[in-house]
Design a protein around this ligand. Structure first.
Ligand code: AP5
Ligand code: MG
Length: 188
């Protein structure tokens, strides 16, 4: 199985590149952000609770997200070729839980791909998207908060995967196709 973690700051291109990776490698996509936005749209209890955090640019509590991922992974078809985790793990606690879960199922993670993009470019991409996305977190104030939270709470996940020897840094600047070519070369 090819179990990839697509990682990086808000707006680095995790969702965009996931679509291309899935097409090429036939993987299943788990985006915790998208799962939560669906819950918000459906106005479920989980969605209403999650929105309190998301709209302020904060992370939702680890327990909430670990439950969501555990359920999703356990419902996978037996013939699944692999998974892309997009937006998860976002804390070292989540990473430890993911490793435990996947190792326990005999489906270990393969690699974390760290898409590196400057803050200036991230802000520009997210502000552009904010004009049409309808996302409660695509405004300048919340974007800045998301970048702060990424720097303090999420970047330690990089070191954790470096220590497991499952880490690849990829330059996330350039066209969508250029970035994908770099990822594909690394995965092959
Ligand atoms: P999440 O949905 O994961 O959002 P995010 O990490 O902030 O990232 P985005 O989805 O905004 O960006 P992306 O990296 O996917 O980039 P994209 O491809 O869209 O999480 C949202 C919130 O949910 C979190 O803040 C948190 O509250 C909560 N949450 C989610 N997971 C959680 C977890 N595990 N634990 C706790 N809380 C969690 O691209 C961005 C834009 O740039 C697009 O418009 C795209 O078209 C454009 N673009 C992409 N590539 C390029 C390129 N190469 N050149 C130019 N433009 C490009
Ligand atoms: Mg995304």
């Amino acid at each position: 199985m090819l179990n990839i973690i697509i990682f990086g700051a808000p707006g680095c291109g995790k969702g965009t590149q996931s679509v291309l990776i899935i097409e090429k490698f036939g993987l299943k996509h788990f985006s915790t952000g998208e799962l939560l936005r669906k819950e918000i749209e459906a106005k479920t209890a989980l969605g209403m609770e999650a929105d309190k955090y998301i709209s302020k640019g904060n992370l939702v509590p680890d327990e909430m997200i670990i439950d969501v991922i555990t359920n999703a992974v356990q419902q996978l078809d037996a013939d699944c070729k692999g998974i892309i985790f997009d937006g998860f793990p976002r804390t070292v606690k989540q990473a430890e839980e993911l490793e435990k879960l996947m190792n326990g199922l005999g489906k270990p993670t393969t690699v974390l791909i760290d898409l590196q993009v400057s803050n200036r470019e991230l802000i520009s991409r997210l502000l552009t998207r904010g004009k049409t996305s309808g996302r409660s977190d695509d405004n300048l104030e919340t974007i800045k908060k998301r970048l702060d939270v990424y720097a303090t709470k999420t970047t330690p996940v990089n070191e954790y995967y470096q220590s497991l020897n499952k880490y690849a840094a990829i330059d996330g600047l350039g066209t969508v196709e250029e970035v994908f070519e770099r990822i594909e070369a690394k995965l092959r």
